[in-house]
Structure formats: C-alpha cells, structure tokens
Design a protein around this ligand. Sequence first.
Ligand SMILES: [Zn+2]
Length: 180
Amino acid sequence: MPLPVAHSMIGASVAAAVYPKTYGWWKLLCISAFLGVLPDFDYALNWLRVGRGGWHHGFTHSIVFALFVGAVTNLVTGWRSVRAFIAFSAATASHTLVDYLITESRGVSLWWPFTDHRYKLRGPNPIDYTWSTTSFWDAAVDVLQISLTELIIFGPVLLVVIVLRSMSSRKGKMLHGMDD
Ligand SMILES: [Zn+2]
C-alpha cells in the first residue's frame, strides 16, 4: 500500500509528462501531486462511519472517478484545456493503477459504477509496507522509513521527467526564437 509520498510524486510525474512546461506549470504539478493522493481520502468516509463502511479502495479508486476529478479540476482551476483535463485525470488515475498493481487488499473498484467487482494484479512490490503495531513511536519510525524509501525511488523519476520537459521547452523556445 503506497503512502502519500509515492502517490503524490507519481501523480506529478504523470502530469509533467503529459503537460508541456508553460506559465503556471509548477502550480499544475502541485495540484497533480495532490490529485495523486486524493483517492485515499475515502479513508475519511470510514472514519466518519458513513453508511456501512468498507469505502477504502471503492469508488474513488475507479477510472470514472479519475475522469470526473479531471473534469472538475479543469473547471475549478484556470487551465480548461483538453490536455489539462488529461493531465489531471491521469494524475488521479495513476493512484488507482498503482494500487491495482500492488495492493494486498481485496482489490480496487476499477470499473465502478459499471461493476462493484474489485480488481488487483498482485504484482511484485518493491517496498515492504509492513510496519510495527507494538507502539505509536515504533509505527511512526517505520512509516517514516517507508516514506523515505518512496522518496529515494520516486523522487528521481519525477526529477528526470521535469528535466526532460524543461529541456524540450527550452528547445521549443529556441526554435520559436529563430522564427521571429
Ligand atoms: Zn489508494
């Protein structure tokens, strides 16, 4: 079960890959990082004891929800373009797909609302997500360690995408400059 560090970095990486570097790009990446974590807010529904519970990995972990979030974010923020819609939707969907790939739960509701069936691939998990349950502090140290491992794995991925994007936008600007 990836933690917010991995999900936010993957969300931002996906958006950076989809959306060319233009004015406000960093803001778009920050929003996408948040969208990468958003599906896990279904925990709140469990904590608030909404309905019969069991919300986690439910409707918020579906492709339809990702498209919905992409559309709403497009409307609420100033981007309003097909590419921004794709970037926001893909950032949200990245969360669902990562969970689908490695979750050890009964799976995610990938195709909600068409079916409530839970899907999972049980792919190889690069990180050991077990943490101590003996005390709060032991658990906190374990979670911190896992978060650092995620940072070491997914930080460079985000960095590479950002560098590649920056290079291609500089090249574009140079070509554009030659046109003028
Ligand atoms: Zn999740």
